[in-house]
Write a protein of this length. Sequence first.
Lengths: 238, 133
Amino acid sequence: MPGPLQYAVWFLCTLLEAFVVVCAIKRSAFRRYLFLNIYMSAEVLASMVRFEILHKYGFQSLTYAYFYYYSDALLTILLFLTLSSLYSDVFSELNAERYVQMGSVVLLAGTALFSFAVVQQSFTTVQPSGKIFFHFVLETSQNLYFVGLVLTYILWAAVLKLRETRARLIQLVLSLGVYFSLYAANYALRNLYPSVEAIFVVLNPLIGCFLPFAWAYAFWKLPEEARLAPAQLAVTSR
Amino acid sequence: MTAAFILVCSVGFLLMFFVSYCRSLLATSSTVALTQEVREVAGIANGISPDDFHRVLQLLQLCPDRPEERGRVRTVSAYYGFLGLVRSTLAVAVPSLKSWADRERAQCGYFAAVALGRRIAFSRDLLAQQMLP
């Protein structure tokens, strides 16, 4: 069972996620960043259902494990769609939204196929389809995080190249980049050092708090009209 | 092998995104002009130096806390610490990094001075509210 500290982090994270949606509504940015807000709302909903299942069936129950990982996979897909909507926003002046949408669907399908191939290869004996599907969901979710990281990097390069100046959009992209990198590094460390996996598992919810915190700040503090010179932000020694 | 590759890539990306994110925080305060009073209180009347950050931060901690900027101040403090690390390690081999790190550290100091100005104004407002009958 999670301890008081884990419950506190979980509660804080859910509050921050709800706060992002409230800030977006208050700043009239809900529709402009629709997928982002749908993702945050889905996170809040998933947290509440997870909490209910945890109390009803317990932490060690299969119901909780299945719900946790399946909802996590769905949330990852939603996060991926959020990222593609940020792409659409950045490329909107080039009228390239259609290509971006097509590209994200192809990439999503490609990642799913790759994950399925990896899972199928790892099972040498015949296994129940439910077990294979569960591993497929896990694998897809983890691979999508790395794909998301690479895509965020490309998006950041596009922001710099296209001289995007919208401060809020820039902060949304950068915080997504920090979040994806932290998550991917944590995942890699868990695989490299399985003996101390418990430490990295504890870090997961803390990493999860960063994204809603940074997004809430971007909505609350930065007006849509705020502008930044992106050349100031690139990591280069002038 | 795959995990090690992901780790190396993600740490590289993390550093890049973290630096850019912190610079975007600093950029939002770089356009705010400091009042003469803040300059005098912070002891930066002749401009801000790379080592001023900690001193201004100490002054900042003497003022009543504004919860909405606590997270940003912590993030910039972490960035300042990171820059100090870069200055004392990598900059020994790459001298151009030293001047870059110093410019960034001075920007962190400026950010702290802007936050100090806001807190002084906030304290004044609090005091004025308490003085009201």
